[in-house]
Ligand binder design. Structure first.
Ligand code: BJW
Length: 232
């Protein structure tokens, strides 16, 4: 691909599907096995923190023994090829897994947080965390035992929004990969670009998302084939 200028890539659970992680809303997805009200809201955490710890411990365990796929690698190669000074290439992921990092991506933001970090509700530190967490897990910074997953639940503000919105407003190409576009604000990024930006917009997905008609073009197919073909 001839670099078209500034690029913002948005990824969702579909990009990690072929690495072995379930999506949320497809058949057999995470929300068919867990009630999101129980494990993905501040209210659910207040009601039963042990259940939420268990949910994220299982999700953390799923990361062991899996690898980035060709889609993650193609995005890391694209970043290396065009550089990322001043967010000229910004990878925004909704995913809390670390597969983009493992593929070599550097200029990325996790707007829904990171599975391999805890957040201390006492001092706010977000230490790296690869083990099972319990209610007795101490914060390495302040020693308090009040951890929560460093993830964004429904009703909470996604992370890095000013930086993301600034990049969307001035990019030349916006590509959404493997996301159902049901969860806001990410689902509305294409509208923001269409309203105040200038970018060409492309959706890459196995099946058309809820917002397919807001994009200039659609690429259908599994991410591991469609993303390398698109970026090369
Ligand atoms: C493949 C593939 C392959 C499969 N190749 N593709 C009413 C209207 C509008 C908004 C709201 C509303 N009521 C409430 C809201 C707000 C709410 C919201 O959007 N709710 C909707 C459900 C309606 N949003 C929030 O609360 C957010 N916060 C917020 O809005 O704050 C206020 C604010 C105001 C102003 C500005 C900014 C903010 C927070 C949302 C937090 C979401 N958290 C989760 C969990 C994170 C931690 C964890 O993982 O446990 O994030 S929920 C879950 O959904 C996770 C995902 O990141 C997110 C999106 O899912 P994703 O990635 O799209 O996955 P799927 O499964 O939905 O789709 C997979 C796709 O892949 C499909 O399209 C497949 O076809 C495709 N696919 N295999 C390519 N091989």
């Amino acid at each position: 691909m001839t670099p078209p200028g500034r690029i913002v890539i948005l990824t969702g659970a579909g990009i990690s599907r072929e690495s072995g992680l379930d999506t949320f809303r497809d058949a057999g997805g995470v929300w068919t096995r867990w009630r999101l009200e129980d494990v993905c809201t501040p209210e659910g955490f207040a009601r039963d923190p042990d259940l939420v710890d268990n949910f994220y411990n299982l999700r953390r365990a799923e990361l062991r023994g899996i690898s980035p796929n060709a889609a993650h690698i193609a995005l890391a190669e694209l970043e290396a090829q065009i550089g990322c000074e001043d967010d000229s290439f910004l990878l925004v992921t909704q995913n809390i897994d670390d597969l983009h990092e493992r593929a070599g991506s550097q200029n990325l933001v996790h707007m829904h947080g990171e599975l391999l970090r805890l957040r201390c509700t006492g001092c706010g530190a977000t230490p790296a965390w690869h083990e099972d967490a319990t209610r007795q897990t101490p914060c390495p910074q302040c020693g308090q035992t009040s951890p929560r997953p460093d993830v964004v639940w429904f009703g909470e503000m996604p992370m890095h929004m000013p930086r993301i919105e600034a990049a969307l407003a001035r990019c030349d190409l916006f590509v959404a990969i493997g996301t159902s576009a049901t969860v806001y604000p990410a689902a509305g990024f294409v509208d923001l670009v269409n309203r105040i930006g200038r970018a060409r917009t492309v959706e890459i997905n196995l099946a058309a998302s809820d917002r397919w008609d807001a994009f200039d073009s659609i690429v259908s197919g599994p991410a591991s084939a469609a993303v390398p073909a698109f970026v090369r």
